[in-house]
Design a protein around this ligand. Structure first.
Ligand code: M6R
Length: 606
């Protein structure tokens, strides 16, 4: 995680670095810092906390400079504190880093023996001292080549030098780094979004590369120091200005935006008139796909799991799912006609990106379901299926989850029809049903007041459980994740049928339990499981869908009913009350809803 930015110009840079850091806060927000070069001196201002704190501190110090680097941190080595905040500096250099230096302990010992004194507990500080040490006997370029060779692990780096007022260094291995071209000034940044207010001309470093950035020139080199040419990409000029509008929290806004993001996504993939799905850029014959592997992390993993249920239901394919951090290190048997689908909102998640790289290395067919189309994952996959839900700012993923599920559902019915697993009539019926989804989602959003009250109970709970079978199981996992992440309440998502194999022992008097029981083939089974937890004292919130038959159960604490829809689409509706439940529970506790503790929006370290 962590966000880095650097600017070299003939104009003041401090204000602009701060602005870019604000855009990078989705990568980390536990501390922040900036270093600029003024008359041969490196001046640093660092703080624990958000960029807004840094901004205030900077105004006290009147920090100036026309070359500088900045950083927002998500702590890996050393707690969040002013001392551990980046940049980390030696007498000679100042460094910002995103990633993890895995051999930092060995390097630290080596440097301490040489007399270097460490101020922080970070892995990054070794880079500042290592560069200083190599500069004693090497040219700047050779120093960088040698230092990068010494570092194990992943990094994106920005470095400025006390006695080099005309350049800064950018380097990348594992973590992303963009380079921007401006008018008589140039930039480095963790992503193009951080640089977009300054330029729309961007290049991306590939793994192992570094660059020497001057005001009027950027040179790129590979690991060995050989010059490389880079493609300059022209990004769209529109700067996304995404604000909260009348909402107090981005998450609240993003939950409410779901009906319109559903419409936006459907408009991209569905020909409403002819009732067919268009995925124009599919690079292989759909008939040649024999199996599917879906890979993601966190919420994205849950949408993968959801897709497994749909794909198994609608196609004859073998469908597997995996968590990216597991997949990337397992001895995977790659299958020739398997489609490897990686799912990631940010498109920058380190483990998911590594899983994609592994598939590519093994020459597999790869597809990325992403929100950020300029991301590393989108750039590297053979086929990109964007979810079109607009920028998601809240750390807790909401509309992106709905968008990921939607694209995967659309893909499942497309494959199903193209592989002749369903008739044209059934295919078109499914599309017709899909067109009603946005409206039902809108209605579900209105169940607000009730959930506000229920949220108070969950906020006070020591622990809770979310149960579901079939299509409701992935949603149970997602509901539990949301509650953990936002309200810091322990929550377990479980297949309802698994309860008696152990977790039932956790149920005690008054424990709030969410039971997801739509009127599908599992309904009666799930209701029986619900009775079993009620009998042991659980306070059950039942989430089901409207039906002419009353729920055949007593002693339910609360009930929420979503619309009646085709059962394959019910998971979309079931998700919404659970998002709201987590939101209201966190609100009740006064927690920071858009930036929960210990987390970051984009997880760029493994
Ligand atoms: O950007 P990605 O979709 O790859 O992110 C994956 C997870 O880090 C993410 O979904 C995380 O679990 C969310 N914060 C959950 O709300």
């Amino acid at each position: 995680m962590c966000g880095i930015v650097g600017i070299i110009s003939s104009k003041e840079v401090t204000r602009r670095i701060i602005n870019s850091l604000k855009k990078l806060e989705y990568r980390g927000y536990d501390s922040a810092g900036i270093a600029t070069l003024v008359d041969g001196d490196i001046n640093e201002v660092k703080c624990e906390g958000r960029v807004e704190v840094l901004e205030k501190d900077i105004s006290k110090f009147n920090l100036k400079g026309d070359i500088g680097i900045g950083h927002v941190r998500w702590a890996t080595h050393g707690k969040p504190s002013k001392i551990n905040a980046h940049p980390h500096s030696s007498e000679q250099v100042s460094v910002v880093h995103n990633g993890i230096i895995e051999n930092s302990t060995i390097l630290k010992k080596f440097l301490e023996k040489k007399g270097y004194i460490f101020k922080s507990q970070t892995d990054t500080e070794v880079i500042a001292h290592l560069v200083t040490e190599y500069l004693k006997k090497n040219s700047l370029k050779d120093t960088i080549i040698k230092v990068l060779k010494k570092l194990h692990g992943s990094f994106a780096l920005g470095i400025i030098f006390k006695d080099q007022s005309n350049l800064m260094i950018g380097a990348k291995r594992g973590s992303p780094l963009a380079v921007g071209y401006g008018p008589n000034e140039n930039y480095i940044g963790s992503d193009s979004y951080a640089l977009k207010s300054m330029t729309n001309k961007i290049s991306y470093l590939d793994d192992g590369e570094f660059c020497i950035v001057k005001k009027d020139q950027i040179e790129f080199f590979d690991t060995a120091g050989t010059k490389v040419n880079k493609k300059v990409m022209n990004l769209s000029k529109d700067e996304i200005d995404y604000d909260k509008g009348d909402y107090k929290y981005f998450m609240e806004k993003e939950i409410d935006e779901q009906p319109s993001t559903i419409i936006a996504c459907i408009n991209e993939y569905v020909d409403k008139h002819n009732k067919q799905i268009n995925i124009y850029n599919f690079p292989w014959k759909i008939s040649s796909i024999e199996s599917i592997m879906l890979i993601g992390c966190g919420t994205a993993f849950h949408s993968c799991l959801m897709a497994k249920y749909w794909m198994e239901q609608n196609t004859n394919l073998d469908v597997s799912v995996d968590i990216a951090s597991e997949f990337r290190y397992r001895k995977v048997r790659f299958k020739k006609n398997c489609l490897y689908i990686v799912v990631s909102q940010s498109g920058e998640t380190a483990d998911t990106h590594a899983a994609l790289a592994l598939c590519k290395k093994n020459k597999m067919k790869t597809c990325a379901v992403v929100n950020v189309i300029e991301s590393s994952i989108a750039r590297d996959a053979d086929l990109v299926l964007p979810i079109y839900c607009g920028q998601e700012v809240g750390v807790a993923s909401t509309k992106a989850f709905i968008g990921q599920m939607l694209v995967l559902y659309i893909l499942s019915i497309k494959i199903s029809f193209d592989q002749k697993c369903i008739s044209k009539k059934k295919y078109q019926d499914k599309i017709k049903n899909l067109l009603t989804l946005s409206n039902s989602t809108k209605k579900t959003l209105k169940l607000d007041q009730k959930i506000l009250q229920i949220g108070k109970t969950f906020a006070e709970a020591k622990g809770s459980m979310f149960l579901g079978r079939g299509y409701s199981f992935p949603i149970a996992l997602e509901g539990a994740l949301k509650l953990k992440e936002l309200a810091y309440v322990h929550a377990e998502g479980y297949p309802a049928g698994e309860m008696k194999h152990g977790p039932l022992a956790l149920i005690e008097q008054g424990m709030p339990v969410v039971v997801l029981a739509p009127r599908d083939e599992y309904y009666k089974k799930t209701i029986s499981n619900m009775q079993e937890v009620i009998a042991r004292g659980a306070k059950v919130l039942l989430v089901t869908n409207k039906n002419k038959d009353e729920v055949i159960s007593e002693n339910i604490w609360e009930k929420i009913e979503v619309d009646q829809l085709d059962e394959e689409l019910i998971p979309f509706l079931m998700t919404i009350p659970l998002q709201k439940l987590a939101f209201y529970s966190a609100l009740e506790k006064g927690y920071d809803i858009d930036k929960p503790r210990n987390l970051a929006k984009s997880v760029t370290v493994e």
